[in-house]
Design a protein around this ligand. Structure first.
Ligand code: NAP
Length: 285
C-alpha cells in the first residue's frame, strides 16, 4: 500500500485525506499546530499526523494544502526530510505565483488545483467526495516530469475528478472569471444589501431571502483569507475581470434608467445562452 502525505490539515487537506484513505492509501499528515493534527486523526482524515515533518518521509507523493503564501516556505521546510524522488503537488487556487516560487525549490513539483470548495474552512468542514465530477487542473511547466504529472492525474481520476491541463498563466486568467470575480461580486452583493437604511425592511429581507439569494451569496460569505489570497496573488487578472464586470453593471443601470426594456431583454437572453455554455442542462447541479 503506498503512502501519501498531506501538508496543511484544513478543508482541502482533510477532504483529500478522507477520499485517499477510502481508496486504500496510507495517509500521513503534517500541519503547523498539534491540535490540528490531533483533530485530523480523530476526524479520520489521516492515519497519523505530526508537527514534525519527518512523518512525511515514507510518502511517495505529498499534497501541499496550506494557504497559498505558505506553499513555497513549506517546500523549503520539507526539503531536508524528503527523498529527492518524492512528488510534491499543491492545491493552491492561484498557479503562476506558486509555480514561480516552488519550482526552483523542488524539481519534482506538479502544480495543480482541484476546483471544488466550501464556504467554511478547517478540518471539521472536510467531507468525502468533494472532488467528484469537479475539474482538477494540472498546470505543468516545461521542466515538470511527465511521470509525475501522470501520477497526479491518476490520483485525481481516482477521486472521480475531471482532469485538465493548461499553463499556469491561462489557469489564472480563466479562474479570475469563474472563481475569483464571483467571490468579489458576491461579497459586494452582500455588502450592498446590508446598506438598506430601513432596519424593518432589512429584517424582512433577511427573512425573505431564499434559494436565489442563497446561490448568489454563497461564495461572498466564505472565509475572508481565501478571497484576499485570490486578489493578492492574481491581482492583474482579478482587476481586469472586475473592470469588465463594472462595465456590464453600468450597461444594466443605463438600460433600466432609460426604460430600455427591449435592450435589457436582449442582454438577459444573451446571458441565458451564455450560461448554457458554462453549464449545459445535462451538466447542472
Ligand atoms: P484551511 O481550511 O484554512 O486549511 C489550511 C491549513 O493549512 C490549516 O488547517 C493550517 O493548519 C495549515 N497550515 C497553515 N500554514 C501552515 C504551515 N506553514 N505549515 C503547515 N500547515 C499550515 O484552507 P483551505 O480552504 O483548505 O485552503 C488550502 C489551500 O487550498 C489554499 O492554497 C487554497 O488556495 C486551496 N483551495 C481552496 C479551496 C476552497 O474553496 N477552500 C478550493 C480549492 C483550493 P494549522 O491549524 O496547523 O495551522
Amino acid at each position: 500500500m503506498s503512502t501519501i502525505g498531506i501538508v496543511g490539515l484544513g478543508l482541502i487537506g482533510g477532504c483529500l485525506g478522507l477520499d485517499l484513505r477510502s481508496r486504500g492509501y496510507q495517509v500521513v499528515g503534517f500541519s503547523r499546530r498539534q491540535d490540528t493534527c490531533d483533530r485530523a486523526v480523530s476526524f479520520g482524515a489521516v492515519d497519523g499526523a505530526s508537527v514534525d515533518p519527518s512523518i512525511l518521509a515514507p510518502a511517495e507523493i505529498i499534497f501541499l494544502c496550506t494557504p497559498i503564501e505558505a506553499i513555497a516556505p513549506v517546500v523549503k521546510q520539507l526539503q531536508p526530510f524528503l527523498d529527492p524522488n518524492t512528488i510534491l503537488t499543491d492545491v493552491g487556487s492561484v498557479k503562476q505565483a506558486v509555480v514561480d516560487a516552488a519550482t526552483p525549490l523542488w524539481s519534482n513539483f506538479v502544480p495543480a488545483h482541484p476546483m471544488a470548495g466550501k464556504a467554511e474552512n478547517g478540518i471539521e468542514a472536510a467531507q468525502k467526495d468533494l472532488f467528484v465530477n469537479r475539474p482538477y487542473v494540472i498546470t505543468p511547466v516545461s521542466s515538470t516530469p511527465e511521470a509525475s504529472i501522470a501520477k497526479v492525474e491518476e490520483i485525481a481520476r481516482s477521486l472521480h475528478s475531471w482532469v485538465y491541463q493548461c499553463s499556469p498563466a491561462d489557469h489564472d486568467r480563466a479562474v479570475a472569471w469563474i472563481s475569483h470575480l464571483p467571490v468579489m461580486v458576491s461579497a459586494s452583493l452582500l455588502g450592498a444589501c446590508s446598506s438598506e437604511s430601513n432596519s424593518q425592511v432589512l429584517d424582512l429581507a433577511y427573512k425573505l431571502a431564499s434559494s436565489g439569494f442563497y446561490d448568489t451569496s454563497r461564495v461572498g460569505g466564505g472565509y475572508p483569507e481565501l478571497g484576499v489570497m485570490m486578489a493578492k496573488y492574481n491581482q492583474h487578472h482579478v482587476l481586469q475581470a472586475l473592470y469588465a464586470y463594472r462595465d456590464r453593471l453600468n450597461n444594466c443601470i443605463e438600460s433600466i434608467e432609460n426604460r430600455d426594456w427591449s435592450g435589457l431583454e436582449a442582454t438577459l437572453e444573451q446571458t441565458r445562452q451564455i450560461r448554457d455554455r458554462f453549464f449545459p442542462p445535462e451538466n447542472r447541479y
